[in-house]
Design a protein around this ligand. Structure first.
Ligand SMILES: Nc1ncnc2c1ncn2[C@@H]1O[C@H](COP(=O)(O)OP(=O)(O)OP(=O)(O)O)[C@@H](O)[C@H]1O
Length: 244
């Protein structure tokens, strides 16, 4: 297994009270499989991704990861606005034990960046910023890639190449992503999962996951049509990390 979670408990405590998201969550994600997780709003999808990535700790339980784990795709918190694209990539590469030069070459080429790679992220246009974030997300050879809603992004030809890049990474890595789009599940998942009332239900047949999701969530999108681009719009507006 790439990731095994056993008996996870997680409660958020805020001024207005406590919110228990998981009490006894068990989950296992096979190596080199792509698992797409559907779930109603507030079911705990983001919390699950943060627990797997280690940016949120469980109150109880054990999480075992086999291999290196990426920050969630297009996670702006991984980058500093005052640093250049190259400096950011070297930083993230070094923290994770990878080659920063190779990552920089990949992003400059994939996002067609030229000399902008040596300018601070704060100077990037909205589109450049989005291209940088999505290219950087897949620039390092992690064993496990995580994505919370936005698996890839951008527009036009870049968007198409980005989707192809995700499919290429899928062949050599484990992919764990959340979505509310049945269409995304059909395109990018080998295994469908539904997070509901603190439990993760997994299905080898994607259609079974979609059926459960639509049965438990009145607001679930139809099993046809477009991928959800709203989340990518939101990410493109989010500030970068601590120096921003
Ligand atoms: N830091 C936090 N402090 C307090 N409550 C939180 C925190 N993070 C999440 N929650 C609460 O935990 C629950 C699960 O949130 P989470 O964002 O993981 O769900 P989600 O399935 O990703 O939702 P959505 O589809 O709306 O993004 C929600 O009720 C949310 O309000």
């Amino acid at each position: 297994m790439a990731v095994e979670m056993s008996d996870i408990a997680k409660t958020f405590r805020a001024a207005h009270g406590a919110r228990r998201v998981f009490e006894h969550l068990d989950a296992a994600f096979p190596c080199r499989a792509s698992v797409g997780i559907l779930g109603p709003r507030g079911a705990g999808k983001s919390t699950l991704i943060r627990l797997i990535g280690g940016s949120t700790l469980p109150d109880r339980g054990r999480i075992r990861r086999r291999g290196t784990v990426s920050p969630p795709v297009a996670n702006t918190q991984a980058y500093h606005a005052a640093l250049t694209g190259r400096e950011n990539l070297h930083f993230v590469a070094r923290v994770n034990g990878f080659d920063g030069d190779a990552a920089t070459r990949f992003v400059a080429d994939f996002a067609q960046m030229g000399e902008e790679i040596d300018r601070p992220l704060s100077s990037y246009t909205r589109e450049r910023r989005s291209r940088f974030l999505f290219a950087a997300s897949y620039a390092l050879p992690f064993d496990i890639f995580l994505a919370d809603e936005a698996l890839f992004g951008g527009s036009g030809a870049f968007r198409t190449r980005c989707a192809e890049l995700v499919q290429a990474r899928r062949e050599h890595a484990t992919l764990i992503f959340t979505t509310r789009s049945p269409q995304m599940l059909r395109r990018f998942a080998d295994i469908g999962a539904v997070l509901h009332e603190g439990r993760l239900h997994m299905f080898e047949r994607i259609g079974d996951a979609i059926r459960l999701f639509r049965a438990i969530d009145d607001g679930a999108p139809p099993d046809t049509g477009d991928e959800d681009e709203d989340e990518e719009e939101r990410l493109a507006e989010e500030p970068f990390g601590p120096l921003a």
